[in-house]
Design a protein around this ligand. Structure first.
Ligand code: PMP
Length: 405
């Protein structure tokens, strides 16, 4: 592992050097998606330029090479998540698809009338709605776990809500709106005491700190490649092997079968059982390149830098009159949702855009979390390893100008 500086990372990411509205781009919308290093862009281009083939099928050498790349991607994801084996990694379109897969396979078989699914108020809609759909189908209940004012999950309420009726706890490893990093390992241990399973939504976590699904003892862990410097349309679901082995197939089609006849169809084992149809092969190639790129940096140096940059950003925003940051839990990643007194969130984001600063405004697919603060919209600046203190200064200076306008 090499050294790390944000400049090293920036040199690799071409889009960070473009102008927006005549001003150098300041990309602070990493919570929505991250920008791609040239290593990822070039790996995808090289795949299509000289190695494109479908996988698994066919005996020719290009199919074999593409299959090897695809499976190398699976092994790299297993390694990245601390999973014991690549067999426990299912490729999906992203976090949303991973959660829907679990809801519709494991959920349909294991959740029934009167059962509870515990979901913190903090969750992204994609970790709420699939459970509501499952609950409607199975006559179960989705039970919200309340938040404390600082944006942490109320652990006393959580402990109270757990019961022998709890089948599943679905919790984000880091919040996309408040940045909160809940004590997932502790929450999981507690859920397991009641025999409940735990799904961890890692969409926001994976780009910011190392994940170890075994240390968490997570039953399911989901993430999206595009929030991890990889292409859109590819993500992964980790599941414990005994769960994967017990789950019925989801979508049917090619790749997920062993043999098909009109009398009887037999299925391939996991993970292929859950990967019907042609997968996003170039996406896996890009994801593999993104994981390689990340692992070229010293992890601890990256984490230390991100912590420092977050503290710097908190200070800079605190100096803007009328600016209120939502939730300031002590354990958090660099996601800062805020409001500016007297200014509409969309107008703030648009004014920032005119100065080249890209942030998101709106409900951030977390309406219950915003409602907790009596809001239906906020501005969100979300940091990544390639952001700099100078960019934070520019955000703060632009906000001051907007505030005074
Ligand atoms: N969960 C969280 C915490 C997220 O931030 C996001 C993306 N904003 C998702 C789930 C959904 O991810 P995707 O749209 O890539 O499926």
């Amino acid at each position: 592992r090499g050294a790390f500086s944000p400049e090293m990372a920036r040199r690799d990411v071409p889009i960070l050097h473009r102008l927006v509205n005549g001003r150098p781009l300041v990309w602070l919308d990493n919570g929505a998606t991250t920008q791609k290093p040239r290593q990822v862009i070039e790996a995808v281009a090289a795949f299509y330029g000289s190695a494109n083939s479908n996988i698994h099928r066919g005996a020719h050498s290009m199919a074999r090479d593409a299959t090897a790349l695809y499976e190398a991607g699976r092994a790299a994801v297993a390694d990245f998540l601390g999973a014991p084996s690549p067999e426990e990694i299912v490729f999906v379109r992203g976090t949303t698809e991973a959660i829907n897969l679990v809801a519709q396979t494991w959920g349909r078989a294991n959740v029934g009338p009167g059962d509870d699914i515990l979901v913190p108020v903090l969750e992204h809609h994609s970790d709420i709605v699939p459970w509501q759909q499952l609950a409607a189908e199975t006559h179960a209940r989705v039970v919200p776990v309340p938040l404390l004012p600082d944006g942490q999950i109320d652990q006393f309420a959580y402990a109270d809500l757990l019961s022998s009726r709890t089948r599943l706890v679905a919790v984000s490893h880091a919040s996309n709106v408040l940045g909160t990093v809940p004590p997932v390992a502790e929450m999981t241990a507690l859920a397991h005491r009641y025999g409940a399973k735990v799904l961890v939504d890692g969409a926001q976590a994976v780009a910011h700190f190392p994940v170890d699904v075994q240390a968490l003892d997570a039953d399911f862990y989901a993430f999206s490649g595009h929030k991890l410097f990889a292409p859109t349309g590819i993500g992964a679901l980790y599941a414990k092997p005994e769960l994967l082995a017990s789950m019925a197939p989801w979508q049917g089609g090619g790749n997920m079968i062993e043999s098909v006849s009109f009398d009887r169809t037999t299925f391939a084992p996991a993970p292929h059982l859950f990967e019907a149809g042609t997968g996003h092969i170039s996406g896996v190639v890009g994801l593999l390149a993104a994981l390689d790129w990340l692992s070229s940096f010293d992890h601890e140096a990256v984490a230390a830098y991100e912590t420092q940059l977050l503290a710097y950003a908190q200070q800079a925003l605190a100096a803007v009159p009328g600016l209120r940051v939502l939730g300031e839990a002590p354990d958090r990643i660099g996601v800062l949702a805020f409001t500016l007194a007297g200014h509409d969130s969309t107008a703030v984001a648009q004014a920032l855009d005119l100065e080249g600063v890209a942030v998101r405004s709106g409900h951030h697919c977390a309406q219950p979390a915003l409602a907790h603060y009596g809001l239906d919209s906020a501005v969100r600046a979300s940091l990544a390893l390639y952001n700099t203190p100078e960019e934070v200064d520019q955000l703060a200076a632009s906000l001051l100008r907007i505030q005074q306008s």
